[in-house]
Design a protein around this ligand. Structure first.
Ligand code: ZN
Length: 643
């Protein structure tokens, strides 16, 4: 296939028709779902009203087979990939939500007459009409031939159990979904029977009910196998928890599952929200992204942060998550780790959320080798102590790790390049840099006296420092390394108070009155600024603050993006403009503070890892919260509604 950006509308339409046909009608796909989605996105962009877009997702066969008009359209589900988008969808509902697994099968409708007899069944087809599969459906094990009452229409999903697929077909067929599609469309219904297909019911038409969950209860009573469905309160954390539950169960189920379906439980909500021409607005599928795995915990390392907190890091048997090999996982803090019962040799579930260093989510099988907290700081040997959930080095500012962490944080936030961990250690141990302002006092000769620093490097480092003498106020605040004075609060304080002087003068009460700041942050900020007032004064001798107000407001406010590789849907410059128009910033390079690295579609597909991608992954391993996006995911973010 030609590169996407070189394809004309006619070529796109032709390709989409062909691949849609291969996937849905012939069940013999030649390209991945992702590649297909990219074709569709591109066509939407170039010609939103193309009639071919209406055919996407259709499994309606061509030729002479009998076609049946649906009683009401059989729409496909809208998809989302982040909890934010899910919460956004749920915010439109007034009532609670029903949650069920999304089975990767084929949607069909089955009709029963007044006497409860099965008289017709059809595939989803193009959503308006489907192929008549009445005789074939009679051969599916758990489809009842006769019900206690009628007339009723039941909809659900035909699928092949994984155990059946593995036992009989996996050597010759790529996946159970496409095999089930082929099996269902056999000309001879007896052939369909040989495939041992199954059916899950989830929709009931023809009964006047108030709640979605009642449909499931009635379907069960009527003798159908129903999908495992539960009612969940409409709260983002509950919705996310349901997703994670299914995710964990995934490997133990006998069917393929590619996400979780959320529907408005109140029929009133469903009626009020209605449907677009493609999707009901009262339901959404939250798709899995391959970001959880099981492994074994081998060791716990303790690392001392710049705030003196000693944090546990889990070392696991290398496992693949979101396409990258992972061997270090966050154990959060000492208290949480203890509560989870973390032990050496334990079987654990690890999960990547939002691109940060993966978390140890749960201990699946404990061992007796419980991990204890170290009695002494691994950096300076001082006694440790537990406060709340956290383990601290009692040496405070005297702890070498804490100081090194502060220096490291400063150069990272200001993006002063060239100062690696080893360099900072040398500078600290030789006494050239003991506090933040000392960076600006560094001389060429100081640097030349260090190991492995030649003239070129020394000049480069000095130039880097000099290039960072004008600092935007939010970055300056954040660079100080005061607890709770992170990216968000630095930006909020800058927006509200605008000048460093004002921020330094503000009392706890004044700060905690600011929206999203609150008393805890206010106290830490006031104390922190007071403690560091000497450092701040000295820094101001070298640094000019840029106190202009922050960039434009938008859904990308405060987020940084970097693009790499050739994009298919638009020029890179155009993508950068869109980001900026929505309040985001384009980063100059890959640093640990980058939010999103967007990979052009070709490169992403081929896993063609350039320097930026590799660097981002190595920073992620060290804990950076960078999220790597495919071009397609980026386009989805662009199109998702602002809040
Ligand atoms: Zn220490």
């Amino acid at each position: 296939m030609k590169p996407l950006q070189e394809m004309s509308v006619a070529e796109l339409e032709k390709a989409i028709r062909r691949h849609n046909d291969l996937y849905f009608k012939q069940a013999k796909p030649e390209i991945s779902d992702e590649e297909f989605d990219l074709l569709v996105e591109r066509l939407k962009r170039l010609k939103a009203d193309s009639p071919v877009l209406e055919e996407v997702g259709s499994d309606l066969s061509e030729g002479s087979g009998k076609k049946v008009l649906h009683s009401t359209p059989m729409l496909s589900l809208d998809k989302c990939y982040t909890v934010e988008d899910l919460a956004d969808w749920a915010s439109k509902l007034k009532g609670d939500v029903v949650v069920s697994p999304k089975i990767d099968g084929l949607a069909i409708a089955i009709h029963y007459d007044e006497t409860g007899r099965l008289f017709r069944s059809e595939t989803r087809g193009d959503g308006t009409k489907g192929d008549d599969i009445t005789q074939n459906v009679r051969e599916v094990g758990d489809v009842p031939e006769r019900l206690a009452k009628g007339p009723i229409e039941v909809r659900g999903e035909i699928y092949m159990r994984l155990s059946v697929f593995k036992k009989k077909y996996q050597d010759n067929f790529a996946n159970p979904r496409n095999l089930a599609a082929g099996a269902l469309k056999q000309k001879d219904p007896k052939k369909t029977a040989e495939y041992s297909l199954n059916f899950f019911a989830y929709e009931l038409i023809g009964m006047d009910l108030k709640e979605e969950i009642e449909k499931i209860r009635h379907l069960k009573k009527l003798g159908f196998t129903t999908i495992d469905t539960e009612v969940v309160p409409n709260q983002p954390e509950k919705l996310q928890a349901a997703y994670e539950e299914y995710f964990k169960k995934r490997d133990s189920l006998d069917y393929e599952l590619d996400g979780v379906v959320y529907k408005a439980n109140q029929i009133e909500d469903q009626t009020r929200l209605g449907a677009s021409s493609h999707h009901p607005r009262w339901a959404i599928a939250y798709k899995f992204q391959g970001d959880a795995a099981q492994s074994v915990l081998r060791e716990v390392e303790w690392s001392v942060s710049r705030t003196g907190v000693i944090t546990p890091i889990g070392i696991i048997d290398p496992t693949r998550l979101s396409g990258a090999s992972v061997s270090r996982v966050s154990l959060h803090n000492y208290g949480l780790m203890k509560n989870m019962g973390v032990s050496i040799g334990a079987k654990v579930l690890v999960m990547r959320r939002g691109g940060v260093i993966p978390n140890l989510e749960e201990v699946l099988e404990k061992t007796k080798k419980i991990v204890e907290a170290p009695k002494k700081c691994p950096s300076c040997g001082s006694p440790t102590e537990v406060r709340d959930d956290f383990l601290f080095c009692t040496n405070g500012k005297g702890c070498r790790s804490t100081r090194l962490g502060e220096l490291r944080h400063f150069v990272d936030v200001l993006e002063i390049e060239g100062f690696g961990d080893k360099m900072i250690e040398q500078l600290y141990d030789t006494g050239y840099v003991e506090d933040l302002p000392d960076f600006f006092r560094l001389k060429r000769d100081d640097l030349l006296s260090l190991e492995r620093v030649g003239e070129i490097l020394a000049d480069k480092l000095i130039a880097q420092i000099q290039a960072h003498r004008t600092v935007p106020l939010p970055l300056f605040l954040r660079s100080l390394g005061i607890p709770e004075l992170g990216k968000h609060s630095s930006e909020v304080l800058t927006k509200q108070l605008r000048r460093l002087e004002k921020i330094r003068e503000a009392s706890e009460e004044e700060l905690s009155a600011i929206h999203t700041i609150g008393p805890v942050i206010a106290r830490e900020v006031v104390n922190g600024l007071r403690e560091k007032s000497g450092t701040v004064d000295k820094l101001l001798q070298f640094v000019t603050l840029d106190e202009r107000s922050l960039a434009k407001e938008g859904k990308f406010s405060g987020k940084t993006f970097l693009f790499t590789g050739k994009m298919a849907a638009m020029e890179r410059g155009a993508a950068e403009k869109q980001v900026e128009a929505l309040g985001g910033e384009i980063s100059g390079g890959v640093t640990k503070d980058l939010d999103y690295l967007v990979i052009g579609s070709e490169g992403y597909k081929n896993r063609d890892k350039g320097n930026k991608w590799i660097k981002a992954e190595s920073l992620m391993q060290k804990g950076a919260a960078i999220k790597i996006l495919s071009e397609e995911e980026f386009l989805q973010m662009l199109e998702s509604s602002p809040d």
